[in-house]
Design a protein around this ligand. Sequence first.
Ligand code: BES
Ligand code: ZN
Ligand code: ZN
Length: 501
Amino acid sequence: MEIRVTGGDITQAKADAIIVNLFEGVTTPGGGTGAVDKALGGAISQLIAQGDIRGKPGELTLIHTFGKIPAPRVVVAGLGKQKDFDIDAVRNLAANLARYVRKPGIKDVATIAHGAGIAGLDPEACAQAIAEGGLLGEYRFLKHKAADNDRQELASFTIVEHAAGQVEKMAAAVARGVIMAEATNLARDLANEPSNHLTPTDLAARATEVAQANGLECEVLERAQMEQKGMGSLLSVAKGSAQPPKLIRMGYRGRAGEGWDLALVGKGITFDTGGISIKPAANMEAMKADMTGAASVIAAMGAIAKLGPKLNVVGIAPCTENMPGGNATKPGDVVTAMNGRTIEIINTDAEGRLVLADALCWAKELGATHIVDVATLTGAVTTALGDVAYGLMTNNDAFCGQFESAASAAGEKTWRLPMWKEYDELIKSDVADCKNSGTGNRGAGTIVGAKFLEPFVGDTPWIHLDIAGVDNMPADKGWVAKGASGYSVRAMVNLAVSMAG
Ligand code: BES
Ligand code: ZN
Ligand code: ZN
């Protein structure tokens, strides 16, 4: 779907449907909605008077125009109360609209810039949010399904802006929104892909493609190179699998000089059976998405390259299956990470932290001054936050604040969990420097995961994102699509842009 901005009068738009809007409580529509109402001989006002249109949030009313204006259909979108309407609402509205107008006969849609009129929101921010919402809302993963009548796709979504002076800036904002949404949809595609179609080798190939398409550095370390580096923690997870592990590194250089201002590190378990500590069968298929962190990092790197902020960013994705093969790591085994730290493996299902440990060591070795890791790390984060927000743990207040702003601008909710030293007790081992999971059920599972990772970053400002509660969604809702959600991609891209100043 192509997203455009044109100057002009929405009533004259030649589209299969045009979209206008209404705040709750408004009886005489103004702006673009008012103009369309007039052109339709007061049809919208009449529907308001009759109580058919109330402007409630989520309300979408289809009106047929029968030749009164060039477009055969008008959709009136309810915006809810004006005081509650913000950029997040614009993005979610655009997403819901993209799904609503996906009907036979509707290919080209024109819309007014929701939020930019009487709502008083920044027109550029609205344009970006409409582009993001439109593309995120229309996303579906149909690759492995036979074609059917359900395959309606929109061809174009055009924002018609009456203020000609705004068009150029809004078009640039749309271009940014398209980059953001396409990156998110790439991460979704990778996470939705079944594990037999996306092994660590396949994922490395996809990362290489993204790097080539965007002028990024890319290297993929093989098992032997990981052995040479002493990555015994990462490799311990790969031991039970017939698939070779891959350690992906992508590099974006946006400023002169060496060094990395930001490392993005993503968990890339292309399937998590649990290993010898095998998971129950129910819902195990969801573990094809246990590489969502890696997918998010790969996709974010591509978007960062397209946006071109002036900083250097390195993306790292440790990728392997977690399988219970004959050579698999067993509970009680002790392994050594790249920095010499020894780990007693209590539960082979706590594998994400094991692959991240060596990836974080590598980020440090590469000289990253700030690190964000992103992982579907613990089921416990769902207990804490449900599918509404993802967990954030950090060793640095300022960096945390910067990330929280970046996430909020992306319409993503994140919630900080504490890293008090009392939790260190839970990963103390009798036989090694630490253990990979608490023994017995002493709770705080998400924090324990972060506490395990903390010593591998030392005092480098670091943020750990546990996205296990939001990576897979049960239904479409606003910008979130059913299945892989794409959470964290746009937040990380926003962070990189904001760090470049
Ligand atoms: N990949 C899982 C976490 C997960 C659970 C992601 C549900 C998405 C949905 C992770 O590797 C895992 O199994 N974690 C264990 C850790 C425990 C053994 C300490 C968990 O959460 O149970
Ligand atoms: Zn696991
Ligand atoms: Zn896992």
